[in-house]
Design a protein around this ligand. Structure first.
Ligand SMILES: NC(=O)c1ccc[n+]([C@@H]2O[C@H](COP(=O)([O-])OP(=O)(O)OC[C@H]3O[C@@H](n4cnc5c(N)ncnc54)[C@H](OP(=O)(O)O)[C@@H]3O)[C@@H](O)[C@H]2O)c1
Length: 162
């Protein structure tokens, strides 16, 4: 099963200058909880945005068109989404974590959405792909807690394909 995990602002912005446009530690925790123990699939640029390299305790799968792109031994590099089946079990929940190019690539395969809606207008250069929410049921919704470290109102939503 393919799941998408992402956070977007009011205008579907997801990135700016190769990084997230916001600081929202609650969403980092949520991301960790949702993805922990699952394979994560990401574009080369998203992979390069991690300050400390691959994310621990998850199989990191990076997609690049460059077959010579160098990754550490613990990381899997693929150049085509069809190679994914060599590295994940068919009954496994595979977490596609972006960015835009990779969400586009899996747009027709996705079964579950883990969306963090951030109720704020950021500037950015990367947007989420269009999702047809008529094809999904909202199965969980939780308000994030706003505090001095998490200043933007945010909601965690989970959708399942009908
Ligand atoms: N808000 C969120 O939840 C969230 C999540 C993820 C990322 N982001 C943000 O989004 C931005 C990065 O997203 P992005 O769209 O620019 O880049 P990206 O999707 O992370 O990576 C793009 C790269 O993936 C490879 N690629 C794309 N399509 C491919 C295909 N069909 N076959 C093989 N390889 C393919 C190419 O790598 P090569 O150039 O090496 O060939 C391409 O340059 C950053 O700002 C990041 O912080 C935000």
């Amino acid at each position: 099963m393919i799941s998408f995990v992402w956070a977007e602002d009011r205008n579907h912005i997801i990135g700016k200058n190769g990084h997230l446009p916001w600081k929202l530690p609650n969403d980092m925790k949520h991301f960790k909880n949702v993805t922990m123990g699952h394979p994560i699939v990401m574009g080369r640029r998203t992979y390069e945005s991690f300050p400390n390299g691959p994310l621990p305790n998850r199989l990191n799968i990076v997609i690049s068109r460059n077959p010579n792109y160098r990754v550490p031994d613990s990381v899997v590099l693929i150049t085509d989404k069809n190679e994914l089946s060599h590295y994940v079990q068919s009954d496994e929940e595979v977490m596609v974590i972006g960015g835009e190019g990779i969400f586009k690539l899996f747009q027709n395969d996705v079964d579950r959405l883990y969306l963090t809606r951030i109720d704020y207008d950021f500037t950015g250069d990367t947007k989420m792909v269009n999702i047809d929410y008529n094809q999904f049921n909202l199965i969980e919704k939780k308000e994030g807690i706003v505090d001095d470290k998490n200043v933007y109102p945010h909601t965690f939503e989970t959708y399942q394909k009908i």
